[in-house]
Design a protein around this ligand. Structure first.
Ligand code: CP
Length: 338
C-alpha cells in the first residue's frame, strides 16, 4: 500500500524500512525514463512549485528534472530576495498562496524547521529540500539508495555496515538525516571524524545509541579504517557565526588518493553529498580520485533523479500508472547507467 500519497515529506523520521523498500522499488522502475530509453506523460498538466530560498544546484535542478521526466511542469522561485518573504510575508501566507498555484511543492530554506512551518499553510504536499542545519531527507534517501547499490556490487547489504563520516558533522544536515535513516538497519558502526567544535549533535548520537548501534569519535583521519563507506562532507561555511570561524577548519579534512590508500580499504566506497569545495585552500575531495572506480559521487547525483521521481509518483499516487502513459523517445540519446 502507498502510505505516502498526499503526504508531506519533511523528515526522515517518518520512514520505516517497508516504506524505504517501496520508495527504492519505485525508484528502480524510473531508470528507463531517467536514461531517456522511454518517456512518460503521467503527470501531464501537474505543476511543481520549486521554491529554493537558499543556493542549490543539484537538489533544485534534479527536483525539476524528475518532475519534467514524469511529464509535469515546473514553476521556480529562487532566492529569498526575489520573493515576498523579503517584504515580511510569513511562510504560512506564502504557502497558502503558492499551494493554490501548484499540485506539489519542493522547498529549501536556510532556517531549521522552516519547511515544516511552511507545510502548515500548504494545501498540497510539501517536500523538504533542506532546512538549515536540520535535515535533508531526499539527500538521505538518495544516499541510502546509493549505499544499497554500491554494497550490492560487493555482495553486501546495509545491515552490518561500517560508515566513516568526515568533516562538518555539526552543521552538515545530510549526515544528520542519513544517520537517522541508518538507525532503521541492524548492527551499524559509525566512525565520526570531526574536530570537537564540528562534532555530530548529541541528539543524533542518542538516536544511534538508542537504536543499538556503535559509534566512535576521532578528531583526525588516522589509522586504518575498515569502513565500507567513506562519506566526506563540506565545511558548511554559510552556517558559521563568521567566515573567520569557518576558515579555521578549511582544508583540515582533505581526501586524495594517497590519503585514501593509507586509511581505507581498496574497495571502500567514497561518497559526498556535493558540492565538494574544490578551492585550493579546501580541496576536500581531490580530483585525483575522479578515476577511482569507488568514487560514487556522480552515481549519487544520478540516483537523486530516480529517488525524487519515485517520491513525486508516490505522493501524487501515480506510481502504478507511469507505464500506461509511456511514449517513445525520438531524439538522439546515448545516456548510460552511471
Ligand atoms: N547535495 C546538495 O544538496 O546539493 P545542492 O546544494 O547543490 O542542492
Amino acid at each position: 500500500m502507498n502510505q505516502l500519497v498526499g503526504q508531506h515529506v519533511l523528515s526522515v523520521d517518518q520512514f520505516d524500512r517497508e516504506t524505504l523498500n517501496h520508495i527504492f522499488h519505485v525508484a528502480r522502475q524510473m531508470e528507463p525514463y531517467a536514461l531517456r530509453q522511454k518517456r512518460t506523460t503521467v503527470l501531464d498538466g501537474a505543476i511543481l512549485g520549486n521554491l529554493f530560498f537558499e543556493p542549490s544546484t543539484r537538489t533544485r535542478v534534479s527536483f525539476g528534472t524528475a518532475f519534467n521526466l514524469l511529464g509535469g511542469h515546473v514553476r521556480e522561485t529562487t532566492g529569498k530576495q526575489n520573493s515576498a518573504l523579503a517584504k515580511g510575508e510569513s511562510l504560512f501566507d506564502t504557502a497558502r498562496v503558492l499551494s493554490g498555484y501548484s499540485d506539489i511543492i519542493a522547498m529549501r530554506h536556510p532556517d531549521a524547521g522552516s519547511v515544516s512551518e511552511f507545510a502548515k499553510g500548504s494545501r498540497v504536499p510539501v517536500i523538504n529540500g533542506g532546512d538549515g542545519a536540520n535535515e535533508h531527507p531526499t539527500q538521505a534517501l538518495l544516499d541510502l539508495f546509493t549505499i544499497e547499490r554500491e554494497l550490492a556490487f560487493h555482495g553486501k547489504g546495509i545491515d552490518g555496515l561500517h560508515i566513516a563520516m568526515i568533516g562538518d558533522l555539526r552543521y552538515g544536515r545530510t549526515v544528520h538525516s542519513l544517520s537517522k535513516l541508518l538507525c532503521l538497519f541492524k548492527n551499524i558502526t559509525f566512525t565520526l571524524i570531526a574536530p570537537n567544535e564540528l562534532s555530530m549533535p548529541q541528539k543524533v548520537l542518542d538516536d544511534i545509541e538508542n537504536a543499538g548501534h556503535k559509534w566512535h569519535i576521532v578528531e583526525q583521519i588516522e589509522g586504518s579504517h575498515d569502513a565500507d563507506i567513506c562519506y566526506q562532507t563540506r565545511i558548511q561555511e554559510e552556517r558559521f557565526p563568521s567566515q573567520q570561524e569557518a576558515d579555521k577548519f578549511r582544508g583540515k579534512f582533505r581526501l586524495n588518493q594517497a590519503i585514501y590508500t593509507r586509511h581505507f580499504q581498496s574497495k571502500t566506497v567514497i561518497m559526498h553529498p556535493l558540492p565538494r569545495d574544490s578551492r585550493m585552500e579546501a580541496n576536500e575531495l581531490d580530483n585525483d580520485l575522479n578515476v577511482n572506480p569507488n568514487l560514487a559521487i556522480f552515481r549519487q547525483t544520478d540516483n537523486g533523479v530516480l529517488v525524487r521521481m519515485a517520491l513525486f509518483a508516490l505522493t501524487l499516487g501515480v506510481e502504478n500508472l507511469v507505464q500506461q502513459y509511456d511514449k517513445d523517445v525520438v531524439w538522439f540519446n546515448n545516456k548510460e547507467q552511471g
